[in-house]
Design a protein around this ligand. Structure first.
Ligand SMILES: Cc1cc2nc3c(=O)[nH]c(=O)nc-3n(C[C@H](O)[C@H](O)[C@H](O)COP(=O)(O)OP(=O)(O)OC[C@H]3O[C@@H](n4cnc5c(N)ncnc54)[C@H](O)[C@@H]3O)c2cc1C
Ligand SMILES: *[C@@H]1O[C@H](CO)[C@@H](O)[C@H](O)[C@H]1NC(C)=O
Ligand SMILES: *[C@@H]1O[C@H](CO)[C@@H](O)[C@H](O)[C@H]1NC(C)=O
Ligand SMILES: *[C@@H]1O[C@H](CO)[C@@H](O)[C@H](O)[C@H]1NC(C)=O
Length: 489
């Protein structure tokens, strides 16, 4: 009785959020059709089952929606059967890899949620020097599984990030100063096209789709597996070190100096500002060196600053990635917003610290516990020179640019629009600062994996839009992928 009552309530709640095409009993019809079309290796799940909950779950609660049902395909043939049915019935759907999208609706839906979790292969082919990863993998698991072989495909730098979304959007990784973005080292895709055809996409088999999938997100079909060039990895050095407000100015100087003058291709940092429990600025700095210890001088400026905590040392890549956990309390909502700079000059870095101290108290005034964070990611001038074929993202490679990841988190859904507005205002202010600093950043691509959904697609795909639209018209004339959320062209 109790469980029946619960199911009844869930169905009611769903009916109020389902789009017109699914309301009025249509929802279970498509789920049943899918169930009948797929093999026994795959499965459909309904509200209140454990798998359904896991399939719809996201890093932030604000990207989680109640789907009519979830489906876990295990084979490309089943993905093909599913996408054909969704296209035929024009059913809204979502595709989820690691569920780290912070934009609502990008990998969530009130229609059919396709969770790629059963695509969990990790294979290394020594002869060809390639690694094949299933589209349901999480990077931390990939690193752990490949560690005994001494190789990896470079992906997420902190725990939990999915292989699929990360790779389809670009991919800043720990060895980007040596190899470029993760899209630059992808050698092939297995793609289920919007019409259900299963194709292998490589530089030679399909140069147009090879270009389009390198940053073009979910506009061209559902990817079931990725093939990467393999890179050696052994003991690395680094981890997380934190500093207090009194050291912020000293840190800023060291950071900017590193951003502009570093030359060692094996060294990288990601540095974040936020407010501590006392409302004062705090710095979190993740350092990475591709080797058991960095040469003298590379990180000394950071090591010489008085720290508040430090977890630095020689370790495995898995251990370094685990040093900066990203688990949020249940129910945490949040968005990312992004900006691109030509360089992290002192003016920009100081302005970013000022944004932290400006917005920190203001978000806490709206909602106790809400946080405003800014993560700066410097790279060498050669960052964008490693690609051997053109990529959908970024459309601009003639000069180095570096991303800023803005991250605000809160709990009350009523505050979504307020915090989004703050994040937009912060970007407007920082754009003015950059312009005064002589950086015409409006021409730079925004990184799709960090972009706030209100950003215009022209800022993401720019001069590549005409070619991408032409490819899309050819591969998806019925606009099946338009039934899924995400960056559109
Ligand atoms: C804590 C955290 C740390 C991060 N660290 C980094 C970092 O170090 N470097 C970096 O570059 N980015 C980083 N990101 C950003 C990250 O790259 C994006 O959030 C990325 O989209 C996550 O991929 P996912 O598979 O987990 O996401 P999902 O939410 O599952 O998917 C993201 C998008 O990809 C689409 N998609 C997923 N799977 C498929 C598929 N098989 N076929 C077609 N489309 C698909 C979805 O529909 C969705 O639109 C981080 C994000 C978070 C939250
Ligand atoms: C989903 O179902 C499968 C098969 O019953 C099971 O092996 C798997 O652990 C489930 N996953 C979750 C997250 O519950
Ligand atoms: C961090 O501070 C402690 C205490 O002052 C110090 O012993 C340690 O060496 C510092 N860590 C690093 C990596 O500099
Ligand atoms: C600090 O940031 C706020 C908000 O963007 C801005 O109004 C102010 O001018 C900034 N102050 C300085 C000194 O940059």
């Amino acid at each position: 009785m109790a469980s029946l009552k619960k199911i009844g309530t869930t169905a009611l709640a769903l009916a109020s959020v389902l789009p017109a095409t699914l309301a009025g009993g249509g929802s279970s019809a498509i789920c049943t059709q899918i169930q009948q079309a797929i093999s026994h290796a795959s499965a459909v799940y309904y509200p209140s089952s454990k798998n359904y909950t896991a399939d719809n779950a996201h890093w932030v609660a604000s990207s989680t929606q109640a789907s009519a049902c979830s489906v876990e395909p295990a084979t490309a043939a089943d993905v093909s059967a599913i996408i054909k049915l969704l296209g035929k019935t024009k059913t809204p759907f979502a595709v989820k890899g690691g569920g780290h999208a912070t934009n609502p609706g990008y990998s969530s839906t009130t229609g059919v949620e396709i969770a790629m979790t059963r695509f969990n292969t990790v294979t290394y082919d020594k002869k060809s020097g390639t690694i094949v990863l299933g589209a349901g993998k999480i990077w931390d698991d990939v690193y752990a599984e490949l560690a005994p072989l001494g190789v990896f495909a470079p992906g997420g730098r902190v725990p939990g990030v999915g292989v699929a979304g990360f790779t389809l959007g670009g991919g800043y990784n720990w060895i980007s100063n040596q190899v470029g973005l993760t899209v630059d080292i992808v050698l092939g895709y297995q793609l289920v096209k919007p019409n259900g055809d299963i194709v292998s996409v490589t530089k030679t088999s399909n140069p147009d789709l090879f270009f389009a999938l390198k940053g073009g997100y979910n506009n061209f079909g559902i990817v079931t597996q990725f093939t990467y060039k393999a890179f050696p990895i052994g003991q690395v050095w680094g981890g997380l070190i934190t500093y207090g407000a009194a050291q912020a100015a000293e840190f800023n100087a060291a950071f900017s100096n590193f951003a502009i003058h570093a030359t060692d291709t094996k060294a990288a940092i990601v540095s974040g500002y936020g407010l501590d429990a006392n409302g004062e600025a705090a710095v979190g700095n993740i350092m990475f060196y591709d080797g058991p210890s960095p040469p003298k001088g590379v990180f000394d400026a950071f090591l010489n600053i008085k720290n508040t905590s430090s977890d630095i040392g020689t370790r495995s890549l898995s251990s370094l990635v685990a040093s900066a956990p990203q688990t949020l309390p249940a129910g945490t909502r949040g968005y990312f917003n992004t900006m691109s700079f030509f360089e992290y000059t002192p003016a920009i870095v100081n302005a970013i610290l000022n944004e932290t101290t400006f917005w920190g108290p203001r978000v806490a005034a709206v909602e106790a516990g809400a946080l405003a964070g800014y993560h700066m990611e410097p790279f060498l001038n050669t960052l964008l020179t490693h690609n051997t074929t053109p990529t959908a993202w970024p459309f601009f490679r003639s000069k180095k640019f570096v991303p800023l990841q803005m991250q605000f988190t809160w709990s009350n859904p009523k505050h979504d629009a307020t915090f989004r507005g703050f994040m937009e205002q912060s970007a407007v202010h920082l754009t003015n600062v950059a312009n005064q600093d002589g950086q015409a950043i409006q021409q730079l691509p925004l990184y799709p994996n960090y972009g706030l959904y209100t950003s215009p697609p022209a800022r993401i795909y720019g001069s590549n839009i005409p070619r991408l639209q032409a490819i899309q018209a050819q591969v998806d004339p019925q606009n099946v992928m338009g039934l899924a959320g995400g960056w559109k062209l």
